[in-house]
Write a protein that binds this ligand. Structure first.
Ligand SMILES: [Zn+2]
Length: 190
């Protein structure tokens, strides 16, 4: 049994409204704007031993607002800018579809996290999601892990709709920074 057989925990981060400001279908790298605490938060997770993976629904592609080529360019710039801030993520996965495509990857479906789990040897039951949408915490639940709803981006709007949801978030907090602090504290208890 080598070290490779030990599965890792991960934190799956939403992109828009969580790591960068929500621009309602971001279509140009010029509009990428990071929240101030992003690099510090990502590095805290890394020090705590988590893999950090971005999972993002990008239905703008299917809606014809953005080509896949342009999305790849934006994602590449996003990762480059993050790297320049001194932070690095392990992977980035996106879903280009809309609900009626019935794909397996659009959050809260677990296609993207399953792919990441295979690529990075992740134990999803010990992993978390952080995002500003109901879809994000439902993904955490669907993968057998824990989903955190944050109130940046569309978060406050989604919080108002929580009463309609059967499944509630594992935790609700102000932003990515607070979510990361919560995960680190929660993880120590186990
Ligand atoms: Zn999809």
């Amino acid at each position: 049994m080598g070290e490779k057989s030990i599965k890792k925990s991960a934190v799956f981060l939403d992109r828009d409204g969580t790591v960068i400001f929500d621009k309602n279908y971001l279509r140009s790298s010029i509009n990428i704007k990071f929240y101030a605490y992003v690099a510090e938060s990502i590095n805290k997770l890394r020090v705590a031993g988590f893999k950090i993976i971005i999972v993002t629904n990008q239905s703008a592609v299917r809606r014809g607002l953005l080509t896949k080529k342009d999305l790849h360019k934006i994602n590449k710039n996003f990762l480059f800018m993050l790297h320049n801030k001194g932070a690095k993520v392990d992977g980035l996965y996106y879903c280009p579809h809309i609900d009626s495509d019935n794909c397996s990857c659009r959050k809260p479906r677990i296609g993207m996290v399953l792919e990441a789990a295979k690529d990075f040897n992740i134990d999803l039951s010990k992993s978390y999601t952080i995002g500003d949408s109901i879809r994000d915490y439902l993904l955490g639940f669907a993968m057998g892990g824990k989903g955190i709803l944050i109130l940046t981006g569309q978060g406050k709007k989604h919080q108002k709709n929580l009463t309609l949801e059967k499944i509630k978030p594992f935790f609700v907090c102000k932003n990515l920074k607070q979510a990361v602090n919560f995960i680190i504290k929660n993880n120590k208890k186990i």
